[in-house]
Ligand binder design. Structure first.
Ligand SMILES: [Zn+2]
Length: 273
């Protein structure tokens, strides 16, 4: 199955995007998607690139190779990019989409930076996602009270030309409990006001029924990261208690398998792809 483009998967949505930090993440995500028989997006965040010493190419090449051999359609996405320099490396690294995140700026500055990013991306045939109404938690502080205003969102999309919009509707990044309550009425109003697909970030903190309701109300792309890391680290912790264990395969294999199980289950919940 060839690597596909994010725009195709979003157009056929709903679709889940899972965060890749290590090769084992990419392998586990694709294994889970293959069991579910569902397309997925592998996304690499700017923070993951920083973890890899600021190098995008090695982890992108690994994810791309895993995608190319997958039995289901897989696309590559560069997530939460704040650095224009990193944005400008997306195409050569095999990404077909980028989330450019200027949501920490005020409205006018976010709009100007996002408009430039979208123009650059469109010149290269890339799908550009942006964010309006900052989804909290990336700095460790949950900000579930922030909300995206539908009228502002419509004006923002018209002025920037973005292809998808991440919205603040009650979720928060980095949650390890699935207790976030979403504003489903607001999701529906955003869907009606905004002509491009809506993206939910921080979906690890959202329970199954809330996620289903969010997709029913109009969310098209569901970003999932933290719940994979909970699975990975939990599996490693379970086996590392044995002090005689030194072979990394002995803990990375169950970690990868635990992530695959989570991916398969989340895709079943959302009936995605
Ligand atoms: Zn996010």
């Amino acid at each position: 199955m060839p690597l596909v483009r994010t725009a195709e998967l979003v157009a056929a949505g709903p679709v889940c995007a899972f965060n890749v930090i290590t090769l084992e993440h990419a392998e586990g995500i694709v294994a889970g998607a293959e069991r579910a028989g569902t397309a997925v997006i592998l996304q690499i965040s700017e923070n993951a690139v920083k973890f890899h010493g600021g190098r995008l190419t090695p982890i992108a090449a690994a994810a791309s190779a895993v995608a190319a051999e997958a039995a289901v359609p897989v696309s590559l996405h560069l997530d939460h990019v704040q650095s224009p320099k990193l944005l400008h490396r997306a195409a050569e690294a095999g990404m077909s989409s980028v989330m450019f995140d200027a949501s920490h700026l005020d409205y006018d500055a976010n709009l100007a930076a996002t408009r430039d990013a979208a123009a650059w991306a469109h010149d290269r045939g890339l799908h550009l996602e942006a964010e309006l109404g900052e989804v909290g938690g990336k700095d460790g502080a949950h900000a579930p009270g922030v909300r995206t205003d539908p009228r502002e969102a419509a004006a923002f999309v018209a002025a920037t030309g973005v292809d998808a919009l991440a919205v603040a509707v009650g979720s928060s990044h980095a949650m390890t409990s699935r207790t976030a309550r979403l504003d489903h009425d607001l999701i529906a109003r955003l869907r009606d006001a905004v002509p491009v697909p809506l993206v939910l970030h921080g979906s690890s903190g959202v329970a199954d029924d809330e996620l289903r309701a969010a997709v029913a109300a109009g969310i098209v792309k569901v970003n999932i990261g933290t719940i994979l890391n909970v699975a990975f680290t939990g599996a490693v912790r379970d086996v590392l208690a044995d002090p005689a264990l030194v072979d990394p395969r002995k803990y990375l294999k169950p970690a990868r398998e635990r992530m695959a199980e989570v991916v398969e289950r989340m895709l079943a919940v959302l009936d995605a792809g």
